[in-house]
Design a protein around this ligand. Structure first.
Ligand SMILES: Nc1ncnc2c1ncn2[C@@H]1O[C@H](COP(=O)(O)OP(=O)(O)OP(=O)(O)O)[C@@H](O)[C@H]1O
Length: 761
């Protein structure tokens, strides 16, 4: 019976592939003719632009003709692009057209639907449904029996009669299961048992119910996902992007979505998922890049730099100050400061070609002429408008200067054409005045830029003054030293990470700038690495965006040493007034059960973590002495590489990684990764654990998990993050004395090896 069913299913696969092949043949022909059409129009376009630009009438005619030709080219190119997209989509389906089937009874009719990564229709017949189609949610959410699914016209009730999963490779069904579960374990076992890749894969064939809730949420303003390591947070957010794009095709573009990711390696690692689903990648940024753009000319300390520094020294008072500056209350204090509106902001001269154009005094006077009780931001805006008005007056006076007329006569034809593009004039005089004005405006452009970009306001001095006005959490003298150090840093073009969001907030609130209303969705991965002030700032900077924050309070590598996370509860208070939804993911898919259970035991309060039922060896804890540490490690790497394609040696910081690399690479092909790397490789890699955030490797070796290196409770989160990067194998190498965090673990969770010469059996 089973064989018969499989045979029938294979025949259907063959039929669908044959239809796809045939459509692909047609597309090739259609692309060719579309391309010819584009070339023909472009050719005409080139001929039509050869016109006389000196006669006003000709110019106007040319403009209209050029616009029309441009539209024709755009339409032809779009036609070609649509065909090429379809071609790519079908090429993806060609070898594996679908992964699921549902049999659904609705209003007395029974329908059989096949679900894949894209829709494929043949003569009005849906041979494959896109996984994001409303009806496909049954596949992910429903167990057999009565089910509901949402459509644009309302909820529909149906009965799910059967659910079948397939693995199809090169057109052949290699596995097939009927399942009553959301998505059966057999399929997941097979997928998760595979070797890691240097690029993340999509999970659409095996999305789990809670992950599906994240993916298909369209109503929350702020979706917060607290998910244990390896629970699919990043995967869910990427499929969520694909889902949102599909559902708002006409109103939403990938460029209107931005994902804040932990580092470049990670950004690259995930960048193949959306294209594999036929979608463009959303924008990606790291927090460091975001700050670098907004503080041009300054170096903003990165999380990594700060972490490395903290390893050397972090006094209690610094911790207290940092906690204060990173809180939401600190931003509220800035609001209070601006509201009090006591002083005139710090203005600076606007210069042109080395000479003062508008002096700080003039700007100050304009500001002080505004109604005393107006809000600081309103006075600032009025000052800015007054400056623009004065600039325009200066331009009007300047056009009569000799240099302007000389500059006009030197304009080339094409410069003139660009200048006049789209403008119409009543008379030649009007046109001449317009041209002169443009010439002066060009020369004065730096002044306009300075006004427009608020360069006449010194936000750093203003921040310094704000710091001296607030109630401080430490002794006044310590606070004062900190303020001086911040200002001295700024003189040197250096900014501490904890000052970055507050300065931007102060600047934006006063100047009304820095806001991007075009972004519709912001996703923050590894939210536990962000301070509340930073998260709130992102909301402020992207006020129209719906937010998705994903993280794991237990993987708090960067801040656990000064601020244990209790994020989830705080978020509700800070983002009041928004529709906030919290989803927890407790099942961990990445690692084998023995590895997940080992990691779980490292933490306090970890009962919620559930291991996915995938078998494997217990982690090994190897203790060696300093002399033999390197040879022990080298043996271990050799041994692991016989079965695993990627072995990552994770150290606590970059200095340890560099040092290890210097010794190990002499006899072994190893790759050292640092913050500037973009690309993952297979083989043996060495990197600090914080750089491995979000990544995964077939085998992980934690190096120097010794009593000296992992001493305190705060190190638990680091060790947990480290362990949870492993898919199939985890080894921890301790020098002399294992960390107390390991010694405390139940001994049945790992294999202990004391041998120093031959650590692996
Ligand atoms: N439903 C699923 N089907 C198949 N694989 C899955 C599924 N969910 C998660 N995985 C796999 O589990 C691994 C971990 O997923 P992911 O990186 O998205 O988790 P995460 O919660 O972001 O992890 P971390 O916080 O530890 O970085 C990946 O290999 C991913 O492909």
């Amino acid at each position: 019976m089973k064989n018969k069913t499989k045979k029938a299913e294979q025949e259907r696969v063959n039929h669908v592939i044959q239809r796809i092949d045939s459509r692909l043949d047609d597309i090739v022909t259609q692309i060719e003719s579309a391309h010819q059409e584009t070339s023909r129009i472009e050719q005409d376009y080139g001929d039509n632009t050869k016109v006389n630009v000196f006669e006003v009438d000709d110019r106007m005619e040319t403009n209209a003709a050029v616009q029309q030709q441009k539209q024709m080219v755009a339409r032809a190119v779009e036609n070609e692009t649509i065909l090429k997209n379809e071609q790519q989509q079908l090429t993806r389906l060609q070898t594996s057209p679908y992964f699921g089937r549902i049999d659904v009874a609705e209003d007395g009719d029974t329908d059989t639907l096949y679900i894949g990564t894209a829709t494929f229709m043949d003569q009005n017949d849906f041979l494959v449904y896109d996984w994001r189609a409303p009806v496909a949610s049954i596949y992910y959410n429903g167990t057999l029996g009565p089910v509901n699914y949402d459509t644009p016209t309302g909820q529909i009730s149906a009965e799910l009669l059967n659910k079948r999963q397939f693995t199809i490779q090169d057109g052949k069904i290699t596995a097939m299961f009927d399942t009553n579960e959301t998505v059966g374990d057999e399929m997941l076992q097979a997928v998760l048992g595979e070797q890691s890749d240097t690029a993340m894969q999509n999970i659409v064939a095996t999305i789990q119910k809670e992950q599906n809730d994240i993916i298909r949420d369209t109503t929350s303003d702020l979706l917060v996902v607290q998910g244990v390591a390896g629970s699919g947070k990043t995967s869910a957010v990427l499929q969520r992007v694909a889902y949102l794009l599909y559902h708002s095709r006409s109103q939403l573009d990938a460029d209107q979505m931005v994902l804040f990711s932990p580092n470049q390696l990670f950004a690259n690692y995930i960048s193949a998922v959306l294209p594999s689903l036929g979608e463009k990648n959303m924008r990606q940024a790291t927090l460091a890049e975001f700050f670098a753009k907004r503080f041009s000319g300054l170096h903003v300390q990165t999380m990594f730099e700060r972490f490395e520094r903290d390893q050397i020294s972090l006094p209690e008072t610094t911790k207290t100050i940092r906690r204060f500056k990173e809180s939401h209350e600190f931003l509220t204090a800035i609001d209070g400061y601006l509201k009090a509106n006591r002083d005139t902001p710090f203005f600076v001269d606007i210069e042109l070609n080395g000479e003062v154009f508008f002096s700080a005094n003039t700007i100050t006077r304009i500001y002080q002429q505004q109604p005393k009780n107006a809000l600081a931001a309103d006075k600032f805006l009025a000052t800015k408008n007054a400056l623009i008005k004065r600039l325009n007056q200066r331009i009007g006076i300047e056009i009569h200067q000799d240099w302007v007329q000389e500059a006009v006569t030197l304009l080339s034809d094409s410069e003139l054409r660009d200048l006049l593009n789209g403008h119409h004039f009543e008379s030649g005089d009007d046109e001449a005045r317009f041209i002169s004005r443009q010439v002066v405006a060009d020369a004065f452009a730096p002044v306009y830029d300075a006004i427009y970009n608020d360069y006449f306001f010194d936000s750093y001095q203003e921040y310094g003054r704000f710091l001296t006005t607030i109630e401080t959490p430490v002794d006044a003298s310590i606070w004062q030293t900190m303020v001086e150090s911040v200002m001295a840093g700024l003189e040197q073009h250096q900014l501490n990470l904890d000052d970055a969001a507050p300065i931007l907030y102060l600047r934006d609130q006063l100047t009304g700038s820095g806001i991007n209303r075009g972004i519709q969705y912001v996703f923050v991965d590894e939210m536990q690495d962000y301070s509340m002030a930073q998260l709130f700032y992102l909301h402020h900077a992207f006020p129209r965006a719906k937010l998705t924050f994903l993280g794991d309070a237990k993987q708090d590598v960067f801040t656990s040493h000064y601020q244990p996370s209790d994020f989830i509860h705080e978020i509700g208070d800070v983002f009041k007034g928004m529709h906030v939804r919290l989803i927890e993911l407790n099942r961990s898919y990445r690692s084998t059960a023995p590895i997940t259970n080992f990691g779980k035991a490292l933490l306090d309060k970890s009962d919620h973590i559930q291991a996915f039922n995938r078998d494997g060896d217990k982690p090994q804890v190897i203790t060696t002495n300093r002399d033999q540490a390197i040879s022990t490690l080298a043996h271990l790497v050799d041994d692991l590489l016989t079965t695993q394609s990627t072995v990552a040696i994770l150290t606590k910081d970059q200095a340890a990684a560099n040092q290890l690399y210097a010794t190990l690479h002499v006899d072994q092909p190893v790759t050292l990764l640092n913050l500037n790397d973009h690309q993952l490789k297979t083989g043996c890699l060495i990197l600090p654990v914080y750089l491995a955030k979000g990544l995964e490797f077939d085998a992980v070796i934690g190096y120097d998990i010794s009593a000296d290196t992992y001493q305190s409770d705060a190190d638990r989160d680091i060790l947990y993050t480290l362990s949870s990067r492993a898919l199939h194998s985890l080894s921890l190498v301790c020098i002399d004395q294992p960390s107390p965090l390991l010694v405390d673990l139940p001994s049945d969770l790992y294999t202990e090896i004391k041998s120093v010469t031959s650590p692996v059996q």
